[in-house]
Design a binder for this molecule. Structure first.
Ligand SMILES: [Zn+2]
Ligand SMILES: [Zn+2]
Length: 288
């Protein structure tokens, strides 16, 4: 685990439990990520993670066999999720909270019994109900990141363009590894140079972290989906996304090639911040 800063005040706070009917997914599909708009249920506690009484944010992680997250860091670093960590810290920076984020596969659960290849939102919740060990309670907010070796499915239809989902208010975030891998494979076969292939593999690790963060953004109520806006920046035509193309919560930044371009452009310019000021301001305002 990787606890990062800062013990703050402790007071008591109880997270409201969700009714089981309150289930929908903010799914990032090829046509964008806006399916939550029409199915929205009353949002109860999504933004409470920013409350000053929440002093600890835990990312529990688990993976199905064959769907392991890409953990190799860059330049010999063993901190595979560094970019994700930095941006999670920015999001939860005011008031600061302790973040617990796994830094290696052996800090994650391997779920040998998760063998299916299509997953509805309910399937993901069922897996979480069986395997999840940390829940939001008291001064702790918990998220469950789940890597599955299959695809998102809705209304009996597989959608292999969906890279990740955040399921309602559950704090469950899924990454669909084969969807990521197929996008990577398509790029790799289009080039012959070994250097380019290596670069694409490295890019894909960044994309995976962006998928985690984009869905975390939805899980905490961005944009205007439980977390009130402090300035107008919702792209309502695309559901609960940000109107700024230079923000990870922009609707196109749930798609593989768009987000790859977005993140690699930032990295080459030495900029690691992926949430824009408007999104970060919403989080900061709730914490006050
Ligand atoms: Zn989205
Ligand atoms: Zn934004």
């Amino acid at each position: 685990m990787n606890p990062i800063v800062n013990p703050a005040t402790t007071s008591h706070f109880f997270w409201r439990r969700l009714a089981s009917s309150a289930i929908f997914a903010a799914a990032c599909a090829i046509a964008g990520c806006g399916s939550s708009g029409t199915e929205a249920v009353p949002v109860t506690n999504r933004a409470e993670v920013f409350s000053p009484v929440v002093t600890k944010v835990v990312f529990e992680m688990a993976y199905a066999p064959g769907a392991e997250p890409w953990m190799e860091g860059f330049g010999g670093s063993t901190r595979g999720f560094l970019l994700m960590e930095r941006n999670a810290l920015r999001l939860f920076s005011g008031p600061e909270k302790i973040l617990e984020i796994p830094t290696s596969l052996d800090q994650m659960a391997k779920l040998d019994d998760v063998t299916q290849t299509d997953f509805t939102s309910q399937d993901l919740l069922d897996i979480a109900a069986k395997h999840r060990s940390k829940v939001s309670a008291g001064n702790t907010a918990a998220y469950y990141f789940l890597w599955v070796n299959g695809y998102f499915s809705k209304d009996g239809q597989r959608n292999n363009a969906v890279l990740g989902v955040s399921v309602g208010d559950s704090g469950v975030i899924a990454v669909f590894k084969p969807a990521l891998q197929e996008n990577l494979d398509a790029l790799v076969t289009s080039t012959d140079t070994p250097a380019e292939k290596l670069r694409l593999a490295a890019d894909s690790r960044l994309v995976e972290q962006m998928v985690m963060l984009h869905e975390l953004g939805h899980a905490v109520g961005l944009v205007n989906d439980g977390l009130p806006m402090s300035t107008e920046h919702q792209d309502a035509d695309h559901g609960h996304h940000c109107s700024n193309p230079n923000c990870l919560m922009y609707w196109m930044n749930s798609r593989f090639n768009s987000v790859r371009q977005f993140v690699t452009t930032r990295m080459t310019s030495g900029e690691s911040a992926v949430f824009d000021d408007a999104c970060l301001a919403d989080a900061a305002a709730y914490g006050k």
